[in-house]
Write a protein that binds this ligand. Structure first.
Ligand code: PEP
Length: 250
């Protein structure tokens, strides 16, 4: 049985004083794994403050060390006790031109250091309207599978994040999420990946008031939470919704 995971993505937000309040207010929730993916400069602060909640980053270099100015390696973040590294977030794909194979190599770099990569996939609105959702997912996952192999991909976490739902307040509908997550799991299974082991998170305007119905879906193993992860009460309410959904499958 897969355990639900709720991962917060702080994006490029935070300050030492503001983080202190947020981190102090966070607490583990029984029955659910929780992680917060913070900006690199706050790793030490978050590592010191978090108890029973995992630490993650929002990106990681595909390289291990050397002349790569501005890059941060998985080796470095592992030293802070990081458990997760988001790779291929749509903002990195769109704003920083990250390519499919590069994202696969980043996921491999994370895995090599014992971090679980949270590989983000998802279509734009134009792609959804052109009924290309499954084709996009295949285009994004195939290079990752080629680089990680079936066993590597089975140990990763996937986050289905329709681009049009991120930060817009417009979540995908329950029916859209159910259909797409089932398609992702079917794609994994048909490509030799132990699909029943893979956690598939949903991300895109998840809030306390829609989390419960989304997390109740069979193929939804939790959420990747952006804006709402910056508000302790909201984030914890989402975690509690995941715990309720988890208790229903136990
Ligand atoms: C995200 O940044 O991954 C995300 C899902 O953002 P939001 O929850 O704000 O839509």
């Amino acid at each position: 049985m897969r355990k639900k995971l709720v991962a917060g993505n702080w994006k490029m937000n935070g300050s030492l004083a503001g983080n202190r309040k947020l981190l102090d207010a966070l607490a583990p929730v029984d029955g659910v794994d929780i992680a917060v993916c913070v900006p690199y400069p706050y790793l030490a602060q978050a590592a010191e403050k978090l108890d029973g909640i995992d630490l993650g980053v929002q990106d990681v270099s595909e390289f291990t060390a050397g002349a790569y100015t501005g890059e941060v390696s998985a080796v470095m973040v592992a030293e802070f006790g990081c458990a997760y590294a988001i790779v291929g977030h749509s903002e990195r794909r769109a704003l920083f031109r990250e390519g499919e194979a590069e994202i696969g190599r980043k996921a491999a770099a994370a895995l090599a250091q014992g971090l679980v990569p949270i590989v983000c996939i998802g279509e734009t609105l134009a792609e959804r309207e052109a009924e290309r959702v499954v084709a996009v997912i295949e285009r994004q996952l195939a290079p990752v599978l080629e680089i990680l192999g079936a066993e590597g991909l089975a140990t990763a976490v996937l986050a289905y994040e329709p681009v049009w739902a991120i930060g817009t307040g417009r979540s995908a509908t329950v029916a859209q999420v159910a259909e797409t997550h089932a398609a992702i799991r079917a794609w994994l299974a048909s490509h030799g990946v132990a699909s029943e082991r893979v956690k598939i998170l949903y991300g895109g305007s998840v809030k306390a008031d829609n989390a419960r119905e989304l997390f109740a879906l069979d193929d939804v193993d939790g959420g990747l939470i952006g804006g709402a992860s910056l508000i302790a009460e909201e984030f914890l309410a989402i975690c509690r919704a995941a715990a309720v959904a988890q208790s229903c499958i136990e």
